[in-house]
Design a protein around this ligand. Structure first.
Ligand SMILES: NC(=O)c1ccc[n+]([C@@H]2O[C@H](COP(=O)([O-])OP(=O)(O)OC[C@H]3O[C@@H](n4cnc5c(N)ncnc54)[C@H](OP(=O)(O)O)[C@@H]3O)[C@@H](O)[C@H]2O)c1
Length: 263
């Protein structure tokens, strides 16, 4: 299958200070992509930016669930690179150990706000911008509009498809993200915008600490299914999706560690 280089693309990545987002940023940067990096820890973003060639990357730090931060990040692409971002990676998120019965309800609001509301706001804002200039006449198969790749990639989760009793409250936010992805795919695909969902299984990152996983439980899970995924494995998937020619859409990509049988 032929793929298209990413060197002319402009990517906005939320949650780029750690884990999957950071790996996606590094991966896309290696392929010459211009980047806008978002996360709350600005020092981390700055260190990442400093490791990249000058002029390849700008920072828009802040809470990715805030509309003003989203607007600032999208504006940053336009002012730094003179075009709207055309590869939006909606990645910022957090986990939460436990079910609806056992998880800490004091953390529910922040998780729902980050994982769902932040995702919905960025999806909406990015879609509006990507639709600027959409032709007023019906699209024909040879329309120049359909020759350009425009991607919104949402990071869902395997537990957003298969109910996991040990993280069902978190899983519910990802089920919602999956619904947003599929709804947006149906709405935007016919307009030439690819909305894709990446559904990782266990990835070793800061996620487990933030979610409050029990160390002993996670260690036993690691022993059982190792090697788990590395953030760079997910970055490969994101870049593979974005590299497809404009008429090819990999709309769902579920990746697990090979030995992860469940969920
Ligand atoms: N690790 C897994 O096993 C796994 C599996 C499936 C799906 N996922 C999903 O993958 C995504 C990334 O997870 P990860 O494994 O890379 O976790 P991670 O290492 O904890 O990284 C999470 C990133 O999100 C950022 N973030 C969190 N809340 C934010 C907010 N309100 N505004 C802006 N940035 C925010 C964090 O940066 P700051 O703290 O600096 O803001 C960090 O850069 C999440 O959506 C997660 O649900 C993870």
């Amino acid at each position: 299958m032929s793929t298209t280089p990413l060197k002319d693309r402009i990517a906005l990545i939320t949650g780029a200070s750690a884990g999957i987002g950071r790996a996606v940023a590094q991966h896309l940067a290696q392929q010459g992509c211009k980047l806008v990096l978002n996360a709350r820890r600005e020092d981390r973003l700055r260190a990442l930016a400093d490791s990249l060639p000058k002029g390849q990357c700008v920072i828009a730090a802040g809470d990715a669930a805030e509309q003003s931060v989203i607007d600032r990040a999208l504006d940053a692409a336009r002012s730094a690179f003179s075009r709207e971002a055309d590869l939006i990676v909606v990645n910022a998120g957090r986990g939460l150990n436990g079910s609806v019965i056992t998880s800490d309800p004091a953390q529910w609001d922040e998780m729902v706000r980050t994982n769902l509301m932040g995702c919905a706001r960025l999806l909406r804002s990015a879609a509006h911008r990507l639709l600027q200039g959409f032709p007023s006449t019906p699209l024909t198969p040879d329309s120049p509009w359909l020759k350009v790749q425009r991607d919104i990639v949402l990071i869902g989760s395997v537990v957003g498809r298969h109910v996991s009793p040990f993280s069902s409250m978190y899983g519910s936010t990802k089920f919602a993200v999956h619904a947003l992805a599929e709804g947006a795919r149906r709405e935007l695909g016919p307009k030439g915008i690819r909305v894709s969902l990446v559904e990782p299984g266990f990835v070793i990152s800061e996620f487990q600490g933030v979610a409050g996983y029990d160390d002993a439980w996670f260690e036993s899970m690691k022993q059982k299914i190792a090697p788990m995924l590395d953030p760079s494995d997910v970055a490969n998937a994101v870049s593979f999706i974005a590299q497809q020619p404009a008429h090819v859409h990999i709309s769902d990509l579920l990746l697990r560690p090979t030995r992860q049988d469940y969920p």
